[in-house]
Design a protein around this ligand. Structure first.
Ligand code: HEM
Length: 415
């Protein structure tokens, strides 16, 4: 490990430097107020993250370039202590932090668990879970909070209960793990990882080892059995890899799906004429969800990439070992790909949205996520035809991992 940061801020072209901290709360809370749309039409620029120099790209073609060229823009951080802040998995094996043949092999072994037939099998369970949520909302009275009473719980139950088939006690340990993931990024050079994070990892590891041993003996049709049984050239995922990937699925699937259901309902609520159109023509739900994902995806950006060599992106020099942040949300407002990008139009039917990324790390859970979103939104508006924002002037406040755009709350009315 090298303790110094590799790129000195004053070694970069100062005229292309924006005085922004990519991890700051001010950025997160203001990003959706036009800032990302401005980035979408400018060439890549330099900024900071926690005092480190980073390159940021936001035009759709630059973002695709980064995602589709892992040999130049890799997810594997070079070995600098200062770069440990980018490791949200705290050193655990994750498909999201592998590239090349290693990534391809693990991804191939994960694929059977995400086949369309497996996703379709979950349909009845998804319907039941959503119905229970809607019954609870109906019993609560006129107002409910989308985040607390609807979106978060739906994805937690679909994934942990219906898909992984965990007991309530096992689900509790997984939820704790998910909640403490962000702690790994609070790393300080020369200090160990936060104790709470380590304790949770130990607890979840014990549970996962038990489940894996049990599914090896009695495989079922659940997602963990598919991961345990998958073989590539006769070889499956070992225990370490299974642990890493089960964790990665939770880290990648829970917050994002909760955030995008919340984001979709917020944007629909903010555009009552579009919400009414969807109520009148519910068959538009598939393309409406695509437009919601474009307009308000899960976050400003996803996982940071690192340059493996001196390179150029969109005409801008990026030195070797530099962190590169590709903004999928800004790219969704790029007028080169989405005409009049700030117009929210559920009939738009946007092609090749970037909310699920692109290239080798393209979201493996996108079919499941889309199915859940379509059902959740359709069933909510059908059951409560008067659904609307509780406050038409609602001001969103966001939370989540660095760069994530998950609403803290979204009050809606149904009376
Ligand atoms: C609407 C909800 C979701 C959104 C917007 C979303 C978005 C994304 C994005 C942008 C990536 C690429 C990250 C990168 O390249 O840096 C990704 C990867 C991934 N997603 Fe999703 N995701 C969603 C739901 C899910 C669900 C429900 C699951 C699993 C049940 C899941 C599992 C994964 C996994 C395992 C990866 C890593 C794939 C790889 O590295 O090869 N996601 N997701």
């Amino acid at each position: 490990m090298n303790s110094t940061a590799p790129i000195a801020i004053d070694s970069l072209d100062a005229t292309n430097f924006l005085d922004i901290d990519m991890e700051s709360e001010t950025l997160r809370q203001n990003a959706m107020n036009g800032m990302l749309a401005e980035w979408a039409v400018r060439k890549p620029f330099y900024a900071r993250r926690n005092g480190l120099a980073v390159a940021v790209c936001a035009r759709a073609k630059d973002v695709r370039e980064v995602y589709t060229h892992p040999e130049i823009f890799t997810v594997i951080a070079p070995p600098y202590d200062a770069y440990k802040v980018f490791d949200i998995f705290g050193g655990l094996e994750s498909v999201l932090q592998m590239d090349g043949e290693r990534h391809a092999r693990v991804r191939r072994l994960m694929t059977p668990a995400f086949m369309p037939s497996g996703v379709q099998q979950l349909e009845n369970a998804i319907d039941t879970i959503i119905k229970e949520k809607l019954d609870n909302i109906a019993a609560m009275g006129a107002e409910f909070d989308v985040m607390e009473h609807f979106s978060r719980d739906i994805i937690v139950r679909v994934l942990l209960e219906a898909s992984f088939k965990l007991t309530p006690e096992q689900q509790e340990v997984f939820s704790r793990m998910h909640n403490s993931m962000g702690l790994a990024t609070e790393f300080e050079p020369d200090k160990p990882l936060p104790e709470e994070f380590i304790n949770t990892v130990v607890a979840v590891r014990k549970v996962i080892d038990e489940i894996v041993a049990e599914r090896r003996k009695n495989p079922g049709d659940d997602m963990i059995s598919h991961l345990v049984m998958a073989r590539d050239e006769g070889r499956g995922l070992n225990d370490e890899e299974l642990f890493g990937q089960i964790n990665s699925i939770c880290a990648a699937g829970l917050g994002t799906t909760a955030a995008t259901i919340g984001g979709a309902l917020y944007i629909l609520g903010k555009h009552p004429e579009q919400l009414d159109l969807l109520k009148r023509e519910p068959q538009l739900v598939d393309i409406a969800v695509e437009e919601c994902l474009r307009y308000h995806g899960p976050g400003i950006n996803t996982f940071t990439r690192f340059t493996t060599q001196d390179t150029e992106l969109g005409g801008v020099f990026i030195p070797k070992d530099m962190p590169v942040i590709a903004s999928i949300q800004a790219a969704s407002y790029d007028p080169e790909e989405f005409a009049d990008p700030l117009r929210f139009d559920i009939r738009r039917s946007p092609r090749a949205i970037l909310a699920f990324g692109s290239g080798p790390h393209f979201c493996i859970g996108n079919r499941l996520a889309r199915l859940i979103m379509r059902k959740a939104i359709l069933k909510l508006i059908t059951r409560f035809p008067n659904l609307r924002l509780a406050d038409p002037n609602f001001k969103p406040v966001y939370t989540g991992f660095p760069g994530e755009l998950c609403l803290t709350k979204l009050p809606m009315r149904i009376d």
